[in-house]
Design a protein around this ligand. Structure first.
Ligand code: OGA
Ligand code: NI
Length: 368
């Protein structure tokens, strides 16, 4: 059951930013391109003119994850609530997820420590090769990161990847490692519930999730002066099944599909934000949709966010679940892997219209 609801804050940000991403983990999205799948009449409204929905705000779902492990009736109530949140919103927050506040705090501390290092130390991780196990970059080189520095690295299995992670600050590997193991546990729990909510057996593909990829995108955004509308991270969707985001303060915005407006994700104490990625839309054959999101800068403080992105192993293809394809619901997407996603990004580096999900779309006779 959805245990509580948050209200909405008005977004004051106007956004003229580009919608490119040259970094792995995120799929480029032009808001209009995503809307081309939608039937509403607003598909031609430029994103910077999207209204903010502060008159009739839709509450944001909050899921009490601890209830998943209670008796079966309570569990099915939570599964239904997650299914509804996925279907109607594509995002929700989780509370009572079992990750201690100190593990969350120390992960943020490790990230903060890394970004405080001298530029030369951080730049040792800079690479144009998207397949490097660890990559650091800043806004000057990455066209989606309007004002963002990031460190991206794989995290599962930890013993394979931790050797590539920064050794500075000395706490980095330990603290980021503990958080990544914990957040992956939450992701697997959620995947199981989402599959159940889709009517798929919860063991469905479980092995592939167990062996799946976890990518951490550790982001740093500067504080902005009041009145400045600079964007931190341009609108995009993430490629994987789901992303779990931990942030040090407010700044994430999601595009609400029912009102076509940006919603500020409020900081609930001890909550994590979850959103659906491109591969979940593929797996569910469009029943659950990916979410366009962006980060704006916070006028009060510099901001750290840690996005944990979950998918199959790099070469494992994700296809529409057979059980969700029939005459009424023909296959919407062709299969693809994370590796295909990276190829897609690299082949479209300078192309503003390189939406990954759209590139997978199977056109039906009616579309043509
Ligand atoms: C990302 C992302 C949002 C944020 O890393 O893909 O969307 O608030 N981050 O930093
Ligand atoms: Ni993202």
């Amino acid at each position: 059951m959805i245990s509580s609801w948050t209200g909405m804050l008005k977004s004051s940000c106007t956004d003229g930013c580009a919608s490119l991403d040259s970094s792995f983990g995120a799929s480029t999205v032009q808001v209009k391109a995503i809307r081309s799948n939608m039937s509403d009449s607003s598909r031609t409204v430029p994103q910077e003119q999207l209204p903010s929905d502060d008159l009739h705000p839709r509450p944001m779902p909050v899921i009490n994850l601890g209830h998943l492990s209670l008796d079966s009736a309570t569990r099915s109530g939570v599964v239904d609530d997650i299914a509804k949140a996925c279907r109607d919103f594509g995002y929700f927050q989780v509370i009572n997820h079992g990750i201690s506040q100190s593990i969350m705090d120390t992960a943020v501390e490790a990230a903060t420590g890394f970004f405080k290092l001298p530029s030369e130390t951080k730049e040792a991780f800079t690479s144009d090769d998207l397949r490097q196990p660890v990559r650091y970059d800043t806004s000057s080189k990455d066209s989606i990161s309007m004002s963002r520095a990031f460190l991206k690295h794989y995290a599962h299995p930890l013993s394979d990847w931790v050797q590539y992670w920064p050794q500075q600050p000395p706490i980095y590997r330990k603290y980021m490692g503990s958080y990544s193991v914990e957040v992956r546990r939450v992701a697997l729990q959620l995947m199981e519930a989402i599959l159940e909510g889709l009517g798929l057996n919860k063991e469905y593909l479980q092995e592939k999730f167990q062996d799946g990829l976890q990518l951490l995108s550790v982001n740093s955004y500067p504080k902005v002066s009041h009145g400045d509308t600079t964007i931190g991270l341009a609108p995009h969707s993430d490629y994987g099944f789901l992303t779990i985001l931990l942030t040090s303060c407010q700044g994430l915005e999601v595009l609400d599909r029912s009102s076509d407006s940006w919603k500020t994700v409020q900081q609930l104490p001890h909550a994590l934000h979850v959103h659906i990625g491109d591969h979940m839309e593929v797996l569910s054959n469009g029943r659950i949709k990916t979410v366009v999101h962006r980060a704006i800068l916070n006028p009060e403080e510099a901001r750290i966010s840690i996005a944990s992105i979950h998918g199959f192993a790099p070469n494992e293809k994700v296809a529409c679940a057979e059980e969700l394809v029939d005459e009424q619901n023909p296959q919407k997407y062709r299969e693809s892997s994370f590796s295909d996603f990276l190829d897609h990004l690299m082949a479209n580096m300078d192309n503003k219209h390189r939406n990954f999900l759209e590139s997978l779309s199977v056109r039906t006779k009616e579309d043509n």
